[in-house]
Design a protein around this ligand. Structure first.
Ligand code: ATP
Length: 679
């Protein structure tokens, strides 16, 4: 059975649609029956219609006989009781005539004879025959001779006979209807049983339909998946084809390149062979000259060696010369003086590019000795004179030996003397670049370098630094905590070394640390200068580097100090214009007092070398008292005389030159090492 339905899903669907459910059975029956009859048994409904006709024919056989009234036929039920109890609506095939139709069925067959009769009676005389049932009417031929009463009787008898015949027909028709009704009932029963048989098949069909639908969906999904796979595969194939095409073209070009390279390789091999031959020839030639070259090289090396030796000797000789010069100076016992003239600055001129102004502004110190403009000439002589164009490096080269000697246990004092703006701070502290950095940072760096080198000889050093300012005969600690030092500091001399109470003494570990300390001290001075009327040029600054060394191999110990002093401006009272200002007057008086005290100390030191009992007035100023150990005959002292190049400052420069000459001519004895034995 399923096999017959599985052939076409559409036929299954249409069949399903035609079978009503049990719920809708009753209401749908009339319209569905013909379809079911066709689908189920194949019997057409036409026979039922023919039966209706037959029933009508049969009805003519007798009237008033037969089943219950035709006006209320009982349609057969689809299931259940026998035909008498059927209450459902009648089907078209078995429909009974409507209530009003019953007389019509009855009267219709009768109407014809009646019409015929009427015609016969009242119509023209024609020869017409009407057949109705088993009756045959003959046309009336003669004239009505009989009386009217006889005619009526005949008619009545004929009519009653007709009626009887009709009733008989009707009865027969009713019987036939009854039989048809029974047939219908049995057909319905049959149909019902068919339907019952059909239910499981329908379920099976439904299950199959669902299964098929599922199958179909799965197949469709599979088909879609396959289609998408096919699409992907096609895309991959296309890409692969493109790749293949590319690879083919690349391979073709590579083959071409390979062919070219092969050709080039072959030609290079040829060249190589030629070159190899040339090389072999050259090698043979070079072997011949190699001997000559090696002997020349030996000569060259010997010559180079000799040059190196001579250069080393020259350097050594220069060192010896310098050392001897230093020794001569030390033996002389003089305080040495280096004069340095600063260059002309753009700030010195109103029109820096005006050459005439430039020439006039400069005090031509060399020419002035022989020139015609001036009648007076002054001759000064110092240990070294640095011209304006001299660099910081050149200046330091001259004092480096001196600075280094503090590591050997000497007390060294280097101070810068000169009028304001003559370049003292530039010489001592310098600028911030490597080229302009001044004597203090350079000396400190060198001391660190030397102590590092002496480590290999067993020397171990500790370095300490302090930075003080003497302003109006008061000591200020520039490394102290606050910007203004309010502490009272005292200077103490103990066993050849100088100590100032309550000042910060920093352990120095690196040149960088020293640079930052100098920057701190300078910032303190700058703040003070801003707030207190150019105080920086009105105070002396003293940087002290104290060095203590011990030799672990020899047990020796030494202690030296390097004092680097930037003195206050040396201008005279009237030149400074301080006369009107009480504070400036006091500053200038203090500066002059301390500078003349310095001159007095140096002069007394000179005299002391002749008269040993000569009193040295160190206590006359804070500056000389602080520098006592570095100015005494046991120390090495160097004074930078800083000079302005301006003609306008000539008088001040002359004063400075005279002071420096006095210092330079002073014999203060021979410097002594501060060497102790730790054992
Ligand atoms: N050798 C030099 N080369 C270039 N510039 C210099 C030189 N000497 C001094 N100067 C410049 O001259 C100006 C004055 O110098 P500096 O401040 O060192 O003078 P000073 O004598 O220390 O003055 P003060 O007593 O007021 O401190 C500064 O601008 C400085 O840079």
């Amino acid at each position: 059975m399923p096999a017959s339905f599985s052939s076409s899903l559409s036929s299954i669907t249409s069949l399903k649609r035609k079978i009503p459910s049990d719920d809708e059975h009753d209401s749908a029956q009339p319209s569905k029956l013909p379809t079911i009859a066709e689908a189920g048994s194949g019997r057409p409904t036409r026979p039922l219609r023919q039966n209706t006709a037959a029933m009508n024919v049969g009805a003519t056989r007798g009237l008033g006989i037969g089943p219950p009234p035709l006006t209320k036929p009982c349609p057969p039920a689809l299931s259940g009781p026998p035909p008498t109890s059927i209450t459902t609506r009648p089907t078209r095939a078995t429909s009974a005539p409507p209530k009003s139709a019953a007389p019509r069925h009855v009267s219709q067959p009768m109407a014809a004879p009646r019409a015929a009769g009427t015609r016969t009676l009242s119509g023209p005389h024609k020869t017409t025959t009407f057949a109705m049932g088993n009756f045959r009417f003959q046309p009336f031929q003669g004239q009505v001779q009989q009386p009217a009463a006889n005619l009526r009787t005949v008619d009545n008898a004929r009519i009653s006979a007709d009626m009887d015949a009709e009733r008989t027909k009707l009865a027969s028709l009713q019987e036939e209807q009854l039989s048809l009704t029974r047939h219908l009932s049995s057909a319905r029963t049959q149909e019902l049983s068919h339907r019952r048989e059909l239910i499981p098949q329908t379920d099976e069909l439904e299950a199959l339909r669902k299964w098929h639908a599922r199958e179909l969906l799965e197949l469709e999904a599979e088909a879609r998946r396959r289609e998408s796979e096919l699409h992907d595969v096609n895309a991959d194939l296309a890409t692969a084809r493109e790749d293949l095409e590319r690879e083919r073209s690349a391979s073709a070009s590579l083959k071409e390149t390979l062919a070219q390279k092969s050709a080039a390789h072959i030609s290079l091999q040829g060249e190589n062979t030629t070159l190899q031959a040339q090389l072999a020839a050259l090698r043979t030639a070079s072997d011949g000259t190699a001997g000559t070259v090696s002997s020349l090289r030996v000569d060259l090396e010997a010559a180079q060696h000799r040059i190196d030796e001579l250069e080393a000797e020259a350097r050594e000789a220069e060192m010896v010369r310098r050392r001897l010069h230093n020794m001569v100076q030390e033996l002389k016992g003089n305080i040495r003086v280096f004069a340095r003239v600063r260059p002309l600055l753009t700030s010195d001129l109103s029109c820096p590019n005006d050459q005439k102004e430039r020439k006039e502004a400069m005090a031509n110190m060399c020419e002035s000795a022989t020139g015609q403009e001036r009648k007076e000439t002054w001759n000064f002589s110092f240990d070294r004179v640095f011209e304006p164009q001299c660099t910081q490096e050149e200046v330091f080269e001259e004092i480096s030996q001196l600075a280094q000697s503090c590591t050997d246990g000497y007390n060294v004092c280097i101070f810068a003397y000169g009028q304001t703006g003559s370049g003292k701070s530039f010489t001592m502290e310098g600028g911030s670049t490597n080229e302009t950095v001044g004597m203090i940072p350079r000396a400190v760096e060198q001391v660190f370098q030397v102590t590092e080198e002496l480590k290999s000889k067993g020397w171990e050093y500790t370095l300490e630094g302090q930075f003080l300012e003497i302003y109006n005969e008061t000591i200020n600690d520039l490394l102290g905590k606050g910007e203004f030092d309010k502490k009272k500091h005292e200077i103490k001399h103990e066993k050849g070394s100088t100590r100032v109470t309550d000042v910060v003494v920093q352990q120095l570990r690196s040149p960088a640390q020293v640079r930052s300390l100098l920057a701190l001290a300078n910032s303190r001075r700058t703040v003070a200068a801003t707030l207190m009327n150019e105080r920086s040029s009105r105070s002396h600054s003293v940087f002290t580097l104290r060095i203590r060394g011990t030799n672990t191999h020899t047990g020796q110990a030494c202690e030296g100090a390097l004092n680097l002093v930037d003195l206050a401006g040396s201008e005279r009272l009237n030149a400074s214009g301080a006369g009107k200002d009480k504070d400036r007057l006091r500053e200038t008086q203090n500066i002059n007092k301390s500078l003349s005290a310095l001159g007095d100390v140096i002069a007394a030191l000179g005299e002391k070398s002749e008269k040993s009992d000569k009193h040295i007035p160190y206590r006359n100023s804070k500056l000389t008292y602080l520098l006592q150990n570095s100015l005494s005959g046991n120390s090495k002292t160097l004074m930078f005389l800083n000079l302005s190049p301006l003609a306008a400052h000539l008088n001040e420069s002359l004063c400075s030159l005279r002071f420096a000459t006095k210092v330079n001519n002073t014999h203060v004895g021979t410097a002594k090492k501060q060497v102790k034995s730790t054992s």
